[in-house]
Design a protein around this ligand. Structure first.
Ligand SMILES: Nc1ncnc2c1ncn2[C@@H]1O[C@H](COP(=O)(O)OP(=O)(O)O)[C@@H](O)[C@H]1O
Ligand SMILES: [Mg+2]
Length: 414
């Protein structure tokens, strides 16, 4: 996968810029708060369907403007070769709308999986030590790009948990009239738990084997990582879907008293976690910060490999300011392993990059591209069709369910 160019308009601090990328290593550099991450945020919108850092979409709209736009051209070279344009308009006071090859899509989830990307930013370095919800989010984001049906299931799941919790929270008298309903919800949850857990398990097995490969390289075989799936079921329950479903159903049925007490659903895939070990010991407690960073890095590299296994080509790697956080060995490891892939890196300055390896340096200042080594400004022509497209965008504002917004939204008491 290869992101060729992105055009951003009234997007964060970017008034109107078009940035072209090369296949290979691209370095976006500039001082702090100039708009580097904003560009990655624009690209990543097309992978995940929402921002990786905005709480609300309207944060993406430039101050004092009514609507933000992003249009991205990219190339797929995997199983099927194709060129594609994805666009999004983000009106400040309405739901955002996505476009595929200039045709509006009815739901955000329809574009998920078209453009795939692996994002790596400093907050991901804490994935080993952070709460289980962070590791679940890692899984959700990674799996949903590969299996769009996963998003539907997760949304359905979150919805059922909410409805079920509403009953669990009722006072006993009121609840008496909802006992049958509760059982229906438990059964629905059990099916969804089984399906989601099977997908997560499959993903985690792949993750484990790829992390081992990268770790072997990084530490020359000295340290042995192991990632396993922690959930309410046992390994034998994974033999088939029916067994797994029954397991979850039994848990939900037999622990109602406890759930009434807490007023919440206490079993299910919203309690899952990844167990990450290094040399046989829980990495949360027994590994150094450096080892944890290496594990996080290996997980991100593994995410890219699994994505390639599914689709036949690498996703686009987006490294937001993360190289400055890593020591030289890990940095060199990244830069040498990402050969033949497209990587877009943000950094404060361009020193520290091997100039012969970098295909494209882009300098950003105050939301503007002031330098683009590979592509000179005068070479970029305005595409007249894009004006029609934008007019079209303005005429087509409708409501969207925004059905990705709930992913991972159910918090627990971890
Ligand atoms: N909606 C917005 N409208 C205008 N400017 C914004 C908006 N959101 C963020 N900014 C500005 O964007 C800049 C931060 O951009 P960012 O890409 O995070 O910087 P960096 O170059 O450090 O990665 C800040 O100056 C901030 O004020
Ligand atoms: Mg930044």
């Amino acid at each position: 996968m290869y992101c060729k160019k992105i055009k951003l308009q009234d997007f964060r601090n970017i008034e109107n810029e078009e940035i072209e990328f090369s296949d290979g290593i691209n370095v976006i550099y500039g001082e702090n708060a100039q708009g580097k991450t904003n560009i990655l945020e624009g690209i990543y919108l097309f992978a995940r369907g929402k921002s990786f850092r905005a709480f609300k979409d309207k944060e993406l709209v430039r101050f004092d403007k009514g609507c933000a736009y992003a249009i991205m051209d990219f190339e797929k070279n995997g199983i099927s070769k194709s060129q594609m344009t994805l666009g999004v308009e983000i009106p400040k006071y309405q739901n955002k709308r996505f476009y595929r090859n200039k045709v509006k899509v009815s739901k955000t989830s329809e574009i998920i999986g078209e453009f795939r990307s692996v994002l790596f930013c400093p907050s991901h370095l804490g994935i080993i030590k952070d709460s289980p919800s962070v590791r679940r989010r890692f899984l959700d984001v990674a799996i949903s790009q590969l299996r769009p049906i996963y998003i539907k299931m997760m949304n359905q799941y979150n919805h059922v948990v909410e409805s079920r919790n509403a009953i669990l929270k009722m006072d006993p008298k009121e609840r008496a009239g909802f006992v049958d309903m509760l059982e229906v919800y438990s059964s629905e949850l059990a099916y969804l738990c089984a399906d989601i857990a099977i997908m997560r398990e499959e993903y985690i097995k792949k993750l484990d084997s790829w992390v081992k490969v990268f770790f072997e390289e990084m530490t020359r075989g000295k340290e042995k990582p192991k990632i396993t799936y922690e959930n309410n079921a046992e390994e034998k329950d994974f033999e088939n879907r029916e067994l797994l479903k029954n397991k979850y159903f039994e848990l939900l049925k037999n622990n109602l008293e406890r759930e009434y007490k807490y007023g919440a659903t206490l079993y299910g895939i919203h309690k899952d976690d990844l167990k990450i070990e290094l040399n046989g010991k829980d990495a949360r407690f027994y590994s150094s910060q450096g080892q944890q960073r290496s594990l996080a890095l290996a997980m991100k590299m593994a995410e890219g490999e699994i994505s390639r296994e599914y689709s036949g080509e690498y996703p686009v790697f987006l490294f937001d300011d993360v190289l400055s956080e890593l020591d030289d060995t890990r940095k060199q490891f990244i830069l040498s392993s990402i050969d033949k892939r497209q990587v877009i890196i943000t950094a404060c300055d361009k020193s520290g990059f091997d100039k012969t390896k970098v295909a494209n340096f882009i300098e950003i200042k105050n939301g503007q591209r002031i330098e683009n080594y590979k592509f000179e400004k005068e070479n970029i022509e305005e595409n007249p069709q894009e004006e029609d497209y934008e007019k079209n965008i303005e005429e087509n504002i409708e409501d969207d369910e925004g059905d990705l917004d709930n992913i991972g939204s159910i918090d627990d008491e971890d």
